[in-house]
Design a binder for this molecule. Structure first.
Ligand SMILES: Cc1ncc(COP(=O)(O)O)c(C=O)c1O
Length: 366
């Protein structure tokens, strides 16, 4: 069995009859940056998510940085987020001279615990960045209520949940600005890098577009200091085709998750899907005992795996300046010790899931 963590080759094989002529069309069209393909993809994504504006950019990290720039956050302002996420969420806060303020996660969904947010709000707090981890929505109603009460902006980091829902609302439609990553392994992935910013505000949309394009609103007329962050036409065209398959692919992930859960519920803490969630299983991550020994066993048995994430951000050397030691966020720390992600993609077979599950069960019977 040649099991892949994410099987990009099988995905490509499924859609190559649509992808290949389109790529050739874009190449021969000579329009490589911006232009009609990017505009068409922006229009398609704004309709899919149900927001007024969709603005392409180079990747999900840039999307976060540009979002905070567009909101006018100033040096020293505090931005509340989770320590149990990919570095990009807090890295972009820090790089802008803002201060990341972490709040621990819920032990079941692994998303930021809304009931702990108010205790860290100060006069300098300006925004909250919930992350929809592993493809399951954070509790947006509670978060937005707190944000409204304290006059804070909300940015949804929706790098991992494009196509997922919270109470029948699309993730990415419930905040001032939402950001998306199209890194190839994402549920909707480019053949390279790509990102998106979503908003219902005309004013923010204009700022986001301007900042992503060197701060210019007209050619060579720079209103603010911006960045260079563009979605390539070829990526937009590829993503546009893949978007037609996304709902079907997410359903397949959900079916795979169900099978894994049935197989593994006796030996691991399997992912919890909240009743408010339509989870799209960007990752299928379980909590286990003796995680490092299990990982070694999986590696020996040629079963791909990954750890999302081994070190919570407050314990990363890059954030030592925040002076947050071990014990600051006990739930994040505990989850980081026991979490492991298994192969998950729309093309995984029942036989592969059963083989992976049997191997894990074998480890715990040893
Ligand atoms: C939660 C989260 N935020 C931001 C990013 C950054 O996205 P990109 O890799 O496209 O810059 C990622 C990417 O994996 C992510 O998982």
């Amino acid at each position: 069995m040649n099991i892949q963590m994410v099987d990009m080759k099988k995905q490509y094989d499924e859609i190559k009859s649509r992808l290949e002529p389109k790529v050739i069309e874009v190449l021969s069209g000579g329009y490589y940056i911006g232009g009609p393909e990017v505009k068409a993809f922006e229009d398609k994504t704004k309709a899919y998510i149900g927001v007024k504006h969709s603005i392409g950019c180079a990747n999900g990290t840039d999307a976060l940085q540009i979002a905070m720039m567009a909101l006018g956050l100033k040096k020293g302002d505090e931005v509340i987020t989770t320590p149990f996420t990919f570095i990009a969420t807090a890295e972009t806060i820090q790089i802008l001279g803002l201060k990341p303020v972490f709040v621990d996660i819920l032990p079941d969904t692994y998303n930021i615990d809304p009931d702990k947010i108010e205790s860290v709000i100060t006069k300098r707090s300006k925004a909250i960045i919930p992350v929809h981890l592993y493809g399951q929505g954070a509790d947006m109603d509670k978060i937005n209520k707190i944000a409204k009460k304290h006059n804070l902006f909300v940015i949804e980091d929706n790098a991992q949940g494009f196509g997922a829902k919270y109470k029948d609302r699309m993730l990415g439609s419930m905040s001032d600005i939402a950001t998306v990553s199209f890194y190839p392994a994402k549920n909707l992935g480019a053949a390279g890098d790509g990102g998106l910013m979503l908003t219902n505000s005309d004013e923010l949309a204009e700022k986001l577009r301007m900042i992503a394009n060197h701060g210019q609103n007209e050619r060579y007329k720079h209103q603010v200091v911006g960045v260079n962050s563009r979605l390539d036409a070829i990526q937009a065209a590829i993503l546009s085709i893949k978007l037609d398959f996304l709902d079907k692919w997410n359903e397949k992930r959900r079916k795979a998750a169900l099978r894994y859960k049935k197989n593994l519920c006796d030996v691991a803490v399997v992912p919890f899907e909240h009743k408010n969630s339509y989870h799209i299983y960007h990752q299928f991550s379980i909590q286990v005992k003796k995680r490092d020994a299990l990982q070694k066993f999986l590696n020996e048995n040629k079963i791909p795996n990954a750890i999302h994430y081994p070190i919570p951000l407050h314990l990363q050397v890059a954030f030592k300046g925040l002076k947050l030691g071990k014990g600051s966020f006990p739930i994040s720390e505990k989850v980081a010790e026991g979490i492991i992600s298994l192969p998950m993609h729309p093309h995984i077979t029942d036989a592969e899931i059963d083989h992976i599950s049997d191997t894990i069960k074998k480890f715990y019977k040893k």
